[in-house]
Design a binder for this molecule. Sequence first.
Ligand code: AMP
Ligand code: GLY
Length: 429
Amino acid sequence: MKVLVIGPGGREHAIVRSLLADPYVSEVHAAPGNAGIAQVVPVHSIDASDPAAVTALAERLASDLVVIGPEAPLAAGVADALASAGIPVFGPSRAAAQLEASKAFAKQVMAAANVPTAMARVAVSAAEAAEALDTFGAPYVVKDDGLAAGKGVVVTSSRDEALAHAQTCFDAGGSVVIEEFLDGPEVSLFVLSDGHNVLPLAPAQDFKRIYDDDAGPNTGGMGAYSPLEWAPAGLVEEVIERVAQPTIDEMAHRGAPFTGVLYCGLALTSRGVRVVEFNARFGDPETQAVLARLKTPLGGLLMAAAKGELDRINDLAWSRQTAVAVVLASANYPDTPRTGDRVRGLKKASALEGVHVLHAGTSLSEEGKVVSSGGRVLAVVGLGDDLVEARSKAYDGVGLLDLEGGQFRTDIGLKAARGEVFGSASKEA
Ligand code: AMP
Ligand code: GLY
């Protein structure tokens, strides 16, 4: 089977790596990829969000399957174009990707499917925003109602800051969703779907804020680990039953069946599981941790989802080890990241036992050296017999890397390793 992977980041590098380990996959190509992906498979520099360009490339390569990594090509209708050309595609249609592209749409679907989520109101003016903020009270949650790469959400105890974020979204011609605050730890669960059947992967936890102890602004994600030893028994079954299957059924009912991966962003609150957000794609960097443990060949799984045959897949096989992914980000991320900085130590870090390095925002300089080209530059993945060992492997790898102005969190998986996940944030503890 020949597979084409669309996207430029760490998630796509992880997908490419797993596809290369699949005995049924004969050839992998990527577009546009990055410097690390280009070391392992041929890359093609096209606009990943141009449906005609992606379809033409897949036809030229005679790809049997196209896997779409990021949200932007999905929202641009790349999956629709591939499907019209008769090419199997892992990734939802533009209509189904609305589950991520519009937070207001996602709320409507959840309401129709009776999926537990935060109470929310849409606001299109300062007066509406103020009323909604006062209805729910502090802490305030204000979300840009559009794609914002995980950075359009402000959670704050300051009413002025909440109003200011809403105003920024209105000024840009948008609207906001204002929500009640959800307490408790967050879990990311990826659920594969072929439009009707669902199949969950292992849960992961992501670290969204830029600094240790969840301080500073939200990012796309600074690190992740999987599995979650502390997760309540039956969590995955509950999420399938109350969240994923009803959502997939509702989308099919609306004539927009969802094929691909439904990313369920969950909060385990004192009042039970609530959906924080849906995404229409794999999470980044959770994928780097989750796929590091998946033993079932990935190509066959994604093809089964693309072809509506997920019911043929039996239980998935997982490594007993724990995986931790630590992101190395560039100076000034998540604001305007500085790019063009040399990355050193890649070979040394990758040579460590139980460690691999996945590229995200990297490219080659004119001299052929790896330099930063985006906000999140690398993810170092450590595998160990438990979370303590996996963390230590990942951080050994990070310690060998050198990126001027580089930023990373030192506490990925730390609370869980200390048994402190259900901490003061949760009333249940
Ligand atoms: P989103 O883009 O909707 O996933 O939001 C980004 C991050 O903001 C989430 O991962 C949470 O950490 C936080 N967040 C979003 N919605 C809420 C909420 N209702 N209550 C508390 N935190 C939230
Ligand atoms: N890590 C969060 C996301 O992929 O949206």
